[in-house]
Design a protein around this ligand. Sequence first.
Ligand code: PGA
Length: 262
Amino acid sequence: MKTSSGKKLWIGSSWKMNKTSSEVERFCEQILPVLNDLPDQIQSFLIPPFPYAQKVAQELESVTTRIGVQNICWAESGPFTGEVSCAMAKDIGASIVEIGHSERRYWFGETDDTVNKKVRATLDSGLSPLVCVGDTADEKQWGVSVESIVRQVKIALYGIEKVELGRVLVAYEPVWAIGENGIPATPHEAEEGLKAIYDALVSVYGELDANKVTLLYGGSVHQDNAEELIQQPTIDGLFIGRAAWQPEGYAEILSIASRYTS
Ligand code: PGA
């Protein structure tokens, strides 16, 4: 059984820049009974756009689902127009901060260095960073996927203490696997990527033991590949986009995951 070691299986979704207020309400209303019935070993999480994070946190207050935000600023406060601080995220009920998604790296100039600063700020605020790393299609073709994701993860966690790692989530999200035109990683490719990340962390920190980082796979996860992905030894959970944006889709993947809990 996946969770026999006592570790939870994380199943969650970022909505990216999608949904309006009424769609958020409908989603919460329909998903609440499903979340209420989940086995304890499943850790559900949802990462709505900023304007709705508080609403989702309030609507789902009665369940253990964790709420995240899709970005933060590393600074505590000050002249950073358009930005949101960790304290603000915490204030509205978020406990996870997604950092370094490839869409933020591609469209908004997020770099390994800013990712690292955001991870530091997130941990300092008592929140959990969910760091996304992934190789591009070119890097895959050139045979440097491992080098690329190891570099990203090492810089993201630079200066982070071993005792803090238990609060960190890292998602392997191959850029070539994400979105409408993405080709989902095979379970083997997902496992290889996460194993490379795990080995890199061991090379930096030594054996991780109780401080093990939670390792997720994301990129075209859907109802038909979720089961095989969950069974991979290094995968602690799934980070889902499109397939979980409707409550029915999220519910279906949660139900598949529930079969892998003891
Ligand atoms: P997708 O998105 O599941 O729609 O491919 C995944 C992600 O970007 O995290």
